[in-house]
Every structure is written in C-alpha cells, then in structure tokens.
Design a protein. Structure first.
Length: 272
C-alpha cells in the first residue's frame, strides 16, 4: 500500500490518474474516501489530472503520528507529504471541512505554487462557540426508506444530514461512516483541544481560481463565516446551496459536480 514517511507520520495516500497534481484533503474523522467518493465521478474519462488522496494523521490508514499534537503539526505533515510527492511543482488543492482549514494554512506557505483551490463546506472558525450557525433541521425525509433503518442509524444519519433518503444514506455510509469507524478518537480528542493554528491564516489575498461550496443548512461550520473572507479571494465563486448541510457534496451532487467542473475549466483557462 502507498505510504510516504514524513517527519512526524507515515502518511497513507492513493493516486489516480496522471498529469497536473491535485491534493485532496478530507475533513475531521473520516478518511480519503470522503474526497474520492465525491471527486472521482468528475474525472471520469479525463486524464489531465493526477489526483492525490491522503489520510490525515489519526484518520484512515496513516500511521506513526504520536508526535503530532495540534493543527500546526497536522499542517506540517501535509506540507511534508506535498514536498515529498510533488517537489517544486505547481498544483491544485481541494479541501473539505477541516481539510479546508488545513488548505488555507498551505496557501500561506505555497501561495506561489498553488494554481487553484476548491473548498467544500470549509471550516473557517475553529472555535465552535464562535461560529455563526443555522439551526439544524431536516429538509427532506423519505419516511418509507428511513423506516428500514435502526434507531441508531437514524440518529446518526439525521445528526448532520438534511436530506434523508436512500441515495444519501448509501453514499454517507460508504464515503463517511466507513472512515469514521477506523478513526483514532483518543488522538483526535487531543487535536480538538489544540484545534486553532498558532498564527492567522486568513491575512493573504489568493487571486487564483477558487470555489467555495457552502451548505445553507450546514449546522456544523455554517456558511456566513466563509462569506466574511470573500475579499481575500477575488477569483472565487461562492455558492451557498439550499437543501445542503455539512455533506453538501452528497446532498447536492449534481450542483456540486457542476461547480467543480467550472472551477477546473477556470484553472485551465488561467494557463495551468
């Protein structure tokens, strides 16, 4: 299996395709399947991109991460991986939730090498009590299907999802729950106690093609905090989607895929 030994971790990753590299960074607790599940359908029949899906420390199959203590260390591990796999190359990044937080840290370090960024329900404010969040509620409920699930499954499914139907359940189980089941929760609790970067990562202006996909019903990270940094991204599309919670990429798959394809077209148009 593909591993890359960096300073403070042995990072698991998967590569698909050849061409220009895209680093894919999942959110907190799941693994790389969160990103490959939503991104790979977009690249069917397209060989122009080298997709690199990683498992963050404490998640998925990454190993030997005991020395990592905070988000600064997580950021360093990802940057070390990038330097090992694509040294001195320009690249794109796509980051979801906590992966979006890590992505903004990488921008600060590699702003001259990053040619475009996609942020999926990105974590903007790490301190939960400071986030501006909508109340969680379910927009659509397929009662006939939901009645086939156990009470435990229903409680888990409805905690963050806002569209409860069979399609979303199958993808949620395969792309998110499967990774959560193998996460190192003791380690992740330590990271959550040290969640905030030691320096502000939102001071730079990033003027390359960017897309923010935000869930109007996202009660985990919200959408308003992302709009507050809109002027930092003069080439960004900001899309706030109805009928979408924190797993927007599943609940609004058609719109999501369209927005990512548009982003890739804008990146290519810019000369990458």
């Amino acid at each position: 299996m593909p591993y890359c030994k960096v300073k403070n971790a042995n990072m698991y990753y998967e590569e698909i395709g050849i061409g220009k590299p895209i680093i894919m960074i999942h959110g907190f607790t799941p693994d790389h399947r969160l990103m490959s599940g939503c991104m790979e359908p977009i690249f069917e029949g397209n060989s122009d991109w080298r997709r690199i899906y990683l498992d963050l420390p404490g998640m998925g199959q990454t190993k030997d991460y005991d020395k990592i203590c905070n988000s600064d260390d997580m950021l360093e591990a990802v940057i070390d991986l990038i330097e090992a796999l694509i040294p001195n190359q320009d690249y794109l990044i796509a980051g979801e939730s906590y992966g979006g937080y890590i992505t903004r840290g990488i921008i600060n370090r590699h702003i001259d090498r990053i040619r475009g960024v996609a942020l999926i329900c990105p974590l903007i404010v790490p301190e939960h009590e400071r986030r501006i969040l909508p109340e969680h509620f379910v927009v659509h409920y397929d009662r006939e299907f939901i009645d086939t699930l156990s009470e435990e499954q229903i409680n888990d499914f409805s905690a963050n999802q806002v569209v409860l139907n069979e399609y979303n359940w199958k993808r949620y189980s395969k792309e998110i729950v499967a990774g959560c089941k193998i996460a190192d929760y003791d380690f992740l609790s330590k990271i959550q106690r040290n969640y905030v970067f030691s320096t502000n990562k939102d001071g730079l202006v990033f003027d390359k093609p960017t897309v923010f996909t935000l869930g109007r019903q996202d009660a985990v990270v919200g959408y308003i905090d992302a709009l507050r940094i809109i002027e930092n991204y003069p080439r960004a599309t900001f899309a706030v989607l109805d009928r979408a919670g924190h797993n927007l990429q599943i609940e609004q798959a058609v719109l999501f895929e369209s927005l990512i394809r548009d982003w890739l077209e804008r990146v290519q148009e810019s000369g990458f």
